[in-house]
Every structure is written in structure tokens, then in C-alpha cells.
Ligand binder design. Structure first.
Ligand code: 4AD
Ligand code: MG
Length: 480
């Protein structure tokens, strides 16, 4: 018999039909005479109940139906006698496809901590929380492609191995095939990188932006969606060494159009989940309420997950300049009473996540876009403003998350770009191809980068970025 997914069966009203389901046992309870098995196949947060009368089955077979086992069930879909579900399956035949040793299987039908489940990341998809999180992650990825496809953007695959440091921050993982115990050396005693695989020093990309700009100068509108790597040793709940970034790049667009695009995209994606992942979001909303009820009042969020998502979708993002933001922070009670770990002293200070969250959660109570940062704290490619001090940068800050998007209008004027690169000690030789776009048909253009996991965190309400990517890569951790 052909398998039907549990999500389909739970919505159908075709009672009395013969069906087959396959999935993993979440729980089995019952008596000597009858077993109730909660079976889940990952198609929905809900499990289907299988009812097996003991007299119809071999005793040894029933014994193997333990939490974690994979089974196939032929049976009849009937109206459920119990409460909690509309339909259930009266089992006629059960096949144990893969037993799971009950003494060894780590996921028991009880609440496990997120930390424990991180160590069992190979199995955690089989819990309600993580099945919901990763279905939402999928939906967000799909929504992003749909959003850009609807607008005629070209999806561009930018290289993962590159010789460039797009952000100029130097937080890169080097890629080499040299024997690290015995590398070839030049006359100067240094490692001879011309003998390495690519004939030069290469690294894992920190951003696809520079290559995306090349695409925008031909297709007009492109976006990337791929893995990016940063060797920053920040062991925080918002940083990964390997994360996914979406980077649109748009010709003929200025900073305002860039922000408009980012705001539309974020709202589109969140709306997509509100419409298509209702059950998952309701579950995650309830999960978060339970989790926060254990916390002291001052650590609880002011709104629920679903309220927060609707707040973002239904409100315009607040837009203000860096200079205005600094003024607000300088005058804030938190700063005057020295509540911030990093005091704000004036123009030039980099905003820390505590300041970003103050602006979003206390001052404006909605997403905030900050523009026109001092050039010293931003990357070389951002367009210099008339004042000579600030650049056409924008960061989008979200409640609970802080920075979710970073972008800018790009410096399209060759001479100013060269001057900025010199000031920041960036060697033109490595970026000759990037500079070529400013020589051959340059034009005003803008783009941004959305940290995919930060968006997944926001939509699922998960507080640690390690819980929204299947197998997190963080300092001292590359298991699985
Ligand atoms: O602000 P960032 O560094 O900007 C860029 O890389 C630009 N090239 C983007 C562009 O204009 N095309 O990174 C963009 C976003 C951040 O706002 C943040 O959401 C996310 O990427 N991000 C990280 N996410 C997880 N772990 C990390 N270590 C991250 N670093 C940045
Ligand atoms: Mg940034």
C-alpha cells in the first residue's frame, strides 16, 4: 500500500479507508490488551495515534515498538475514541523497520534541555521543538527564493573559496592543501604560498557581496543565498563560525530603496510563515511561554512570539541616522546610570548589541534601521557621504536579536573607492576585478546581507543560534 503522510491524514475526513503510514514512535502506552502508539513522520508537529489490539499481534513484535523505533503500519483510518485528536488508525499489520534499543535511545518521552539536545543533534529533529524549528527554517528559505523570484532577481552562486576578504575584518578560515607539518618555504623563511593548491593564499568566504556586485552590473538585480564563514572567536548566542547569508545587490538603487527592499523582504518571509506554518508557530509560541514562565519577571519578554511577529509585519520600521541614535543613547537613563557594559561617549562609538536592543525594545518598540555610520567603523565599499565623515550604511535591528541585516549603498566612484582602500590598507592588486566594474559602466547600486539564522531565531523565538541550524559550527565545536 502506498504511504500517506501524517499531515495529510490528520486533515482528511475520509474515514474508513485503508491507509499505510511510516514514521518514528514518539511514545507507546496502554494495557495488556491494547497499545496506543504516537507515531510521527516529520510532516507535521502532530503525531497520529495508532491503536493496536494485543490479540492481533505477535508479542515479540509489540515489544519492539518502543520510543525511537521506525515502523510501518497498515490499518483503517477511524474517528478517534479518545480526546486530543480527531482521527486515529486501527492497526491491522505492523512492520518494525528499525528497532531502537530502549535502554540506549537517548530521547525519552519527557522534557529534555536544549543543551542536552545539542549534544544529540543527530536525533533532535525527532523532538517537537526541533521539528517545528527546522520546518520553519525550510519555509523561510523557500519564502526568500519566492520573494526574489517574484521580483525578477537572478539567483547567483558566488564562490565559497576565495582570495578576497570582502569585509576587511580579517576573520577568515584559511584554505590550504599544503602539508602543515612540513610546508614549502621561500628564501625569506615564510611559507611559499605560490606552491599551495590555488597558487596563492585563499580562504572560506565571509560574504558573497563583492561577486554579487559583479552580477548586478549585468543582470540589474541579483541575490546570493549561501554559506559564509567567520573565524571570529565570539562564543555568543548570536554568532556562528558557519552561517547562511542572503545578499541581494541592486543596480540603480540608492540607500532608501535598499532599506525598502529589506523591509519588504523581512515582512514577506514572516508573513509566509504566519500563513503556512501555523501549527509550528503556535507550538513554538507555547514553548516560549512555558520557558519564560520559569524566568524572573524582568527577564521575560514583554510580548509573546506570535505578538512579536505580528508587530513586525504590521508596523513600519523606524528609520534614523547613527548620529540621532547616539544622541538618544547618550541621553538615555541607562547610559546616565551606567547600566550599559559599554558606556556611550559620543560620535564614533560602535553600537554594541545592548545599545541596539535598547533602541528597539525600550525606545521605539519596533524594528529600527540605523543609517549613515562613521566611516571608521564600516567596510571600505560603502559610499562616502558629502560630510566626508559618514558612509551610506544601514543596519536593521530586531527585537530580541539586535542586528539582523547589514547593508549599504556602494561606492561607485572609482577614485573615491581607491582612496578609501588606501586609507584602510586594502591592496588593490587583490581586488582588480572589483575595481574594474567602477571603470567599465559603473552606476549607483546598493545591497544588503541578511543573516539567515538570525531571522530563523526571530521567527521561532529560539534564544541560541545553535538551536536554529542543524549542526552548528562554533569555537571548539564541529561535531556531526
Ligand atoms: O553585517 P555583515 O558583516 O555584512 C556583510 O557581510 C555585507 N557584505 C552584507 C552586504 O551588504 N551584502 O553581515 C550581514 C549579516 C549580519 O547583519 C548578521 O545578521 C549576519 O550577517 N551575521 C552573522 N550571523 C551569524 N553568525 C555570525 N558570525 C554572523 N556575522 C554576521
Ligand atoms: Mg554588520
Amino acid at each position: 500500500m502506498k504511504r500517506t503522510k501524517i499531515s495529510t491524514l490528520l486533515q482528511t475526513d475520509k474515514l474508513g479507508c485503508a491507509v499505510n503510514v511510516k514514521g518514528w514512535v514518539r511514545n507507546r502506552r496502554g494495557s495488556k490488551h491494547v497499545s496506543f502508539v504516537a507515531l510521527n513522520d516529520g510532516s507535521t508537529i502532530n503525531s497520529i495515534q495508532i491503536v493496536a489490539e494485543s490479540e492481533n499481534f505477535d508479542e515479540y513484535l509489540l515489544k519492539q515498538i518502543t520510543t525511537g523505533a521506525c515502523i510501518s503500519v497498515d490499518g483503517i483510518l477511524v474517528e478517534s475514541q479518545g480526546s486530543g485528536q480527531k482521527v486515529e488508525i486501527t492497526a491491522e499489520k505492523i512492520y518494525v523497520l528499525g528497532a531502537a534499543d530502549a535502554d540506549e535511545y537517548p530521547l525519552q518521552p519527557k522534557k529534555h534541555s536544549l543543551e542536552f539536545l545539542r549534544e544529540k543533534a543527530h536525533l533532535r529533529f525527532r523532538t517537537n521543538t526541533f521539528s517545528a524549528v527546522f520546518r520553519v527554517r525550510h519555509a523561510l528559505a523557500f519564502a526568500i527564493h519566492q520573494f526574489f523570484n517574484n521580483k525578477g532577481f537572478v539567483y547567483m552562486h558566488t564562490p565559497i573559496i576565495t582570495g578576497a576578504d570582502a569585509e576587511g575584518a580579517g576573520e577568515m578560515f584559511q584554505v590550504t592543501s599544503l602539508d602543515l607539518d612540513n610546508p614549502p618555504k621561500g628564501e625569506d623563511g615564510k611559507v611559499d604560498q605560490t606552491q599551495d593548491f590555488f597558487g596563492k593564499k585563499t580562504n572560506l568566504t565571509v560574504s558573497g557581496q563583492l561577486e554579487a556586485e559583479l552580477g548586478a552590473m549585468a543582470f540589474g538585480e541579483v541575490y546570493t543565498f549561501g554559506p559564509t564563514f567567520r573565524a571570529e572567536n565570539s562564543n555568543t548566542s548570536r554568532h556562528l563560525a558557519e552561517f547562511w547569508m542572503i545578499e541581494p545587490e541592486v543596480a540603480f538603487a540608492d540607500l532608501k530603496e535598499n532599506i525598502d527592499l529589506a523591509e519588504k523582504m523581512l515582512k514577506y518571509c514572516i508573513n509566509y510563515c504566519l500563513e503556512n506554518n501555523k501549527l509550528d508557530l503556535e507550538y513554538l509560541d507555547m514553548r516560549l511561554k512555558n520557558e519564560e514562565s520559569q524566568l524572573k519577571k524582568e527577564h521575560r519578554s514583554e510580548s509573546s512570539l506570535l505578538e512579536r511577529l505580528k508587530l513586525v509585519v504590521n508596523n513600519e520600521f523606524e528609520r534614523l541616522s547613527y548620529t540621532e541614535a547616539i544622541k538618544i543613547l547618550l541621553n538615555s537613563k541607562a547610559n546616565k546610570k551606567k547600566k550599559f557594559s559599554f558606556q556611550i561617549s559620543g560620535f564614533g562609538d560602535d553600537l554594541q548589541s545592548e545599545h541596539e536592543r535598547y533602541l528597539v525594545e525600550k525606545e521605539f518598540k519596533r524594528p529600527v534601521v540605523i543609517t549613515d555610520y562613521p566611516k571608521e567603523i564600516k567596510a571600505f565599499y560603502m559610499r562616502l557621504n558629502e560630510d566626508g565623515k559618514t558612509v551610506r550604511a544601514m543596519d536593521i535591528l530586531f527585537p530580541e536579536i539586535g542586528e539582523i541585516v547589514g547593508g549599504s549603498q556602494r561606492e561607485e566612484r572609482l577614485n573615491i573607492l581607491q582612496k578609501r582602500m588606501k586609507e584602510m590598507n586594502i591592496d588593490e592588486k587583490h581586488l582588480w576585478w572589483y575595481l574594474d566594474t567602477r571603470k567599465f559602466g559603473t552606476c549607483e547600486h546598493s545591497g544588503f546581507g541578511l543573516g539567515f539564522e538570525r531571522l530563523v531565531m526571530f521567527v521561532t523565538g529560539m534564544k541560541n543560534i545553535r538551536d536554529v541550524i542543524p549542526f552548528p559550527r562554533t569555537p571548539k565545536n564541529a561535531e556531526f
